[in-house]
Each structure stands twice: as C-alpha cells, then as structure tokens.
Unconditional design. Structure first.
Length: 758
C-alpha cells in the first residue's frame, strides 16, 4: 500500500491514561491531531473551541451513544425525549418536532446526519469524536448553528489487526442488566486494497419498573455492522466505501409521573420521582438506519481534491403513551421514513505558503414522511370532596386522530475559506458560505369517529376545538438564500501560546411544523405557525491554547458571545400537541476551559469546565406552566424576556484521573476515575419549577488489568456509582390537568469487560 500520511489520517489518539514521550527524562504529552477544519491539524492550532474524545476513551468509559458523551463534554447534551432525541450545545437546541433539523450539526465521515432519529446510531469502531462549539457555518454548513460533532470511524490500515470485546453487567436486582459484544478486523488484502469489518450487539434490561405492565423498562436491543473498503489505485489516490446498517429496538420509555394530576391524584398510581411508572400502553421504539459513504482523496502538488458522496436514512416505528399514566388517553403510534443523498467536492490547497485555502460546493436532497395515529379518550377527571377522592373516569369524548406530514428539501451551497499567513506568528482567515434551499411541506390532520373513517359528530368537534384539535390540511413552499461570513485572527504569542479572535454568522433552516393539532391563528395557532423561518446567529469567540510545563500540560480557554434571532422553539401546548414558533432573540455567553496534565509517566489528570449565561432578549409569547403568575389571560402566553432557557445550567464540568502501574514487568494495572458536575437547570421550555433538576455530581470509575502492550485486558467498570436519579426532560401531562412527568436518565451500572487485540 502507498504511504498515505498526507490523507485524512488514521491518527493514534490518546488513551485514557495518555500516551507520552520522554524528552530529557521529562514526560511530554502526545500531540492530538484532528480534522475539525477539514485538514489534519494539531488540536492546539485549531482556532475554535473544540474537544476531541478518542475511540479508546469511548471504549474504556463505556460511551455507547451520544447521550453518554454528554457526561464528558461540558456545554453539550443529548436528551432522549419522549418523541425524539433533543440535542443542545451552549443551551441551544431543537425540541420535539419532526419538522426540525438539529441545531448541532452531526457529521459521520463527512456526511451530515441532520435528523434527530439519526442520533440513535451506535458508536461502533470509532477512531475519535470531535466536539466543535459555536456556529460552524463555513466548513460544516448551514445547520451547524450551535456547534458540530465530527465523528471519524476506523478505516483499513497497512497491517492486519483485529479486536474482540465483551461486557456483562453485574446484577443488582431488576436494574441495568446489560450485555455487549463487539468485534473488528482490518485486512490489507493487497498493496492496493483492504477492508475493515466491524460489528456490535448490545442489550440492556432497563432501570425503571412499570407497575402496571410488571416489567423493567426501557429495555434495549441493538445490532450494528459496518464494512469499509479501502482502494489505493495510485500513490496519489485513495478511496473508501463505507456500508453501515444498524437496528435498535427499545421496550418502554423513560417518562414517569412526578406530580399528581386530576386523574392520577386519585387513582393510587405512583407519583414520586423514584424510577417507578404506570403507563398502560406497551410502549416501544424500533429504528433501522443505513449509511453508504464514498470518500475519495486525490493528492496533487497544489493540494488535495476530496469528493464525499453519501446515501443515508432510516425507518422508524414507535408507540408513545403521551399521557404517561395507567389511563388509556392518547397513545401515539408513529411511522417515520427518511432518505437523503448528498455530494460535496472540496479542494484544500497545500500549506506552508502565504495563502492557504479550502473551497468547495455541496448539494443535498432529502425526503421525510411521518404518519401518526392515535385513539383519543377524554375523561372527566377526579373530584375531591372533604379530602376524599371521588374518581370519575367516564369518557366524555372519543375520537381517532390521524396525522400525515411530509417535507421535501433541496439545498445547494458554495464555500471558500482563505488563510493569509502574514508572518510565522500572525494569520487571518476569511470565509464565506452561500446557501440556497428549497422546501415543500404538507400536513393533513383528520379526526374520525372511533373505528371508522367518518367525520366526528358536531358535539365532539366542539369539545375537540376547545382542546386545540381540529381537522385540517396545510401546505407550503419555501425558497430561501442566505450568505454566511466569518473572520478569524490568530496570533502566536510564543511557540507554546496561540491566541485567536473570531466572528461567524450562523443559520439553521426554517421548515414546517409537524406536531400542531389545529389550523387556528394567534400564538398557538397551527396555521399561523405552520411555517417557521430560518434561525440566525452572530457569534464572537476569543480564545487561547497553551502548552505548559515543558510540554507536560496544556490548557485551552474560550470566551464566547452569541446572539440569536428568530430562535426556533417547540413547546407543549398543554393539551395534546406542540406549537412551533420563532421566539424572538436570545443571548448566550460564557467561558469554556479544558486541559490535561501528565504529572508523571504514570498519572494523567484531565478536565473541562464551562460557564453558561443564557438570556431571552425578546420572547413575549412564551409558553406558560400551570398556574404561572405572569400568564396573559387573553393569549394564554407568558413573557419570558430576561429569563433563561431549558437545559442551560450555569456551571458544568468534568475531572478525570488515570493512574497506571506496571506489575511484574509484563502486566499493567490501570485505575481511572471520572467526576462530572452539572448545575441546577430547568428541563422544560415553560420553566415549570416542578421540572428543575438540582445540581448533581456523578462518579464513574474503571479498574483494569492488561498485558504491558494492552493486547488483552480485563476491567471492572462502574457508571453513576453514587446512583443519582436525574431527569432529562420535564413536561406537563397530556389531557390531564395539573400533572407533571419527567424522563429519567440512566442510573447506576457496574459491569465486567474483557478485550483482546490481535
């Protein structure tokens, strides 16, 4: 095989203990190389707030999905919601709506995964994950308005290698039993061709108990496989074809009642925050995903031409008990299908001259189809008389609801980023991306008599109208163009200290609302808010990256200020639907620090910390929680101007320590401990105090024994060892006055893991 050092590299990243070299008998940190700027660069040279997590760290910490990654990346959080996953960066994210694209751009081997369900793909045979904070418009595209995740999977190499691993959970009653098995083999078949095959099978029993169904939830069964073919026909050309499929089945959801409602207050159900639930529907979620990616690099003397083609998509089916109780009120059965094709051509000039540049063009087309059906049962509720509950569960109104929603999208863009190297220590980078996007949206909502295709009777229609539910059909077309500039200045104060200041304009696509149940006008009107506009952001960032202690330590600091206009928000309407609006303007600002310190060749200390200040600058027609003192009686909205947002803790941080000790000249003992902290924050957009998550610390640990070269290892791993119960998303109960529920995040788990490399 040819020497491919100039290509998108298979870089050896830090292990949990930290690889080190020795200079004059002093330990020195190994350089971390990333492709956050579409080039192979040292992390210390990238002028943006970015964290890199190696595949080795993912494996050792038991990070099996993007939600787990949140614990190790301050100012980033993925919350598995009731309907779809919600992703946040620096307090900015998208809510539960199939019409939204993610505010945090997720890219797997150069392919944009912009739909929430695509975050459910497995972390399997990953080389590294790069977390870029703040708008990444020029090189990653329009929708990376809050940040981007750049996921790089393993590729065939020059040498034969393989790995098998397995883990088994340590039983602790009914909670968190788990098994996971992974394997990988990379084979250089000839000098010009090789392949890499990886697979994973994972199962979990869950950590919540459903008293009504007598089962532990949410159980998960996951299977994934990936084949990557590498072809190197010429010394200056290489191509990689990735074929990846995965299947994920989940039994049950993570919502439980935390505060009694009109019905649950008298039914005897559990309404405490204690990992016990009472849903009557046998909730499930199944998703099949596929990704076919072709990466071609052609290296010429002036630079490298890269072509990235991708087909990706998914099919999902899920049943969600929207009332989260033992009452059969509104179970939602959803079917979603998404298909996407994208093509990018990019040319990156050779470096080392006065001018470096990257220029390219991008096209993406996609189709989304979402269908949902539900039998609706509206009950009287419960009355209390002299402290005695008199429950009345008579069904006042019954109807069948059917939703048909689709979006077709085409987007074209061209971009260029130019760096002027004025001196060896002073650089200026200018960039611009121009995007043209066309979308069509359609929503049809039907209301039938139960078990028929007949329209509901007038009396039922009147009651449903009062609940913001009515039959309707809406459609629209959008044709939008936007130009996004950026400027960045870097100054190397010394050989070990790089500083930068930059400005970037970001945007996220407008679209159409999938989840409103009416065609009314006004703040909660489904017709008024069917189409929502692009979200825009102006971001400033000032930072420094420092190499300290003669190369044994490094510290990165970023101070940022981002002002958003036309923020896209999705808020539960208090009944059975969601309303999407452009919520005026918001300001998010703060500081981020991360670093690592190799105190000795045996002990590595690393950590990160973030301070976040989020403020709504203009949000007059915000949502209200039940009993909100500032609710406008005419519109039913609340003025949230000056308030914070959901998922915006002021302080977050992680500290990790890893100690390694050789034994008997042939074995290695490794102890790693991670401590994470997340400050108090709201978990719902209406800022209901019942959904406040108190500040919390979580502890993870790993004790491993391996041979000196880590060809084999046996480890005991514990996550959330103090068994903290935390909530991810809070929400009022549907069609059930006064109640409140929340999703519960994973609890304590301990497992034994074995790994063998060959």
């Amino acid at each position: 095989m040819p020497n491919r050092a100039y290509c998108w590299p298979q870089v050896l990243m830090l292990t949990a203990a930290g690889l080190a070299t020795t200079v004059n008998a002093k330990p020195v940190l190994e350089e971390v190389v990333v492709t956050a700027q579409k080039r192979a660069e040292s992390l210390s040279d990238v002028p943006v707030s970015v964290s890199a997590v190696s595949g080795e760290k993912l494996n050792k910490a038991g990070i099996s999905n993007m939600a787990d990654l949140s614990e190790y990346t301050p100012n980033f959080k993925l919350v598995p919601g009731g309907l779809i996953p919600n992703v946040y960066m620096r307090g900015v994210g998208s809510g539960s709506n199939q019409g939204f694209e993610l505010s945090v751009g997720i890219f797997a081997d150069g392919i944009h995964l912009g739909r929430p369900h695509q975050t459910r793909a497995a972390f399997m045979d990953i080389e590294r994950v790069e977390v870029l904070r703040g708008p990444q418009s020029i090189l990653f595209g329009k929708n990376a308005i809050a940040g981007a995740l750049n996921i790089v999977s393993g590729r065939p190499g020059d040498e034969f290698e393989g790995m098998v691993s397995g883990l088994v959970g340590v039983p602790r009653g009914r909670d968190n039993d788990r098994e996971e098995y992974s394997a990988m083999v990379s084979v250089p078949v000839t000098d010009t061709f090789g392949f890499r095959l990886a697979g994973r099978k994972r199962s979990e029993d869950g950590y919540m108990y459903n008293e009504n169904l007598k089962r532990v939830e949410p159980g998960v069964d996951e299977k994934a496989a990936r084949l990557t073919l590498g072809w190197y026909p010429l010394d200056w050309t290489e191509a990689y074809l990735k074929i990846e499929h995965s299947n994920r089945e989940q039994r049950g959801r993570t919502f439980e009642f935390t505060h009694a409602s009109a019905l649950t207050g008298c039914s005897g159900e559990d309404v405490e925050l204690n990992r016990v639930k009472n849903t009557d529907a046998e909730e499930f979620a199944e998703i099949d995903t596929y990704n076919y990616t072709l990466n071609v690099d052609m290296n010429f003397e002036p630079g490298t031409l890269t072509m990235t083609s991708g087909l990706s998509g998914f099919e999902s089916e899920d049943l969600f008990d929207a009332d989260s109780s033992s009452f059969d009120t509104v179970p939602l059965l959803g079917l979603e299908e998404y298909d996407q094709f994208s093509q990018e051509f990019r040319f990156a000039s050779a470096t080392g001259g006065f001018v470096d540049y990257i220029a390219g063009a991008f096209y993406q087309t996609s189709e989304l189809q979402f269908d949902e059906s539900s039998p609706l049962n509206v009950r009287n509720g419960a009355l209390q008389d002299f402290g005695v509950c008199a429950i009345n569960t008579a069904e006042n109104v019954k109807a069948d609801l059917a939703r048909d929603f689709s979006i077709d999208s085409d987007a074209w863009s061209a971009f260029v980023q130019v760096t002027f190297n004025w001196t060896s220590y002073l650089r200026t980078t200018l960039g611009v991306r121009h995007v043209v996007e066309e979308k069509t949206g359609f929503r049809d909502f039907d209301v039938y008599e139960p078990g028929t295709q007949n329209d509901v009777n007038p009396a039922t229609a009147t009651v449903l109208n009062a609940l913001l539910i009515n039959e309707h059909t809406l459609s629209g077309e959008r044709d939008v163009a936007v130009t996004l500039p950026s400027v960045n200045v870097q100054w190397d104060i010394t050989d070990d200290i790089m500083t930068y200041i930059g400005f970037t304009r970001g945007a996220k696509s407008g679209s159409y609302d999938a989840r409103n149940n009416n065609d009314g006008t006004g703040p909660n009107g489904g017709a008024t808010n069917f189409e929502f506009e692009d979200e825009l952001a102006d971001a400033w960032e000032l930072g420094a990256k420092m190499r300290l202690a003669d190369g044994a330590a490094e510290l990165n600091i970023a101070v940022y200020r981002v002002e958003y206009e036309d923020m896209q928000v999705s808020v539960f309407d208090g009944v059975a639907g969601f309303t999407v609006t452009n919520a005026g303007s918001a300001l998010t600002q703060g500081i981020e620090l991360d670093g690592r310190w190799l105190l000795t060749e045996k002990f590595m200390l690393s950590g990160s910390m973030a301070y976040l200040d989020f403020e709504w600058l203009d949000y007059v027609d915000g949502p209200c929680f039940n009993g909100a003192p500032n609710e406008d009686p005419n519109t039913g909205t609340c003025d949230l101007t000056g308030r914070e947002n959901q998922q915006t803790p002021e302080w977050t941080g992680t500290v990790s320590g890893t100690y390694t000790q050789p034994l008997f000249n042939s074995l290695m003992l490794e102890l790693g401990v991670d401590l994470s902290y997340k400050g108090e924050h709201f978990t719902s957009g209406d800022l209901d105090p019942r959904g406040i998550q108190e500040s919390v610390e979580k502890v993870n640990a790993r004790l491993a024994l391996s041979d000196i070269n880590e060809n084999w290892s046996v480890a005991v791993v514990g996550r959330n060892l103090t068994d903290e119960t935390t909530i991810g998303i809070g929400s009022p109960s549907a069609l059930d006055a006064g109640g409140y529920r929340a999703t519960i995040e994973p609890t304590k788990v301990v497992y034994v893991e074995g790994r063998y490399r060959f």
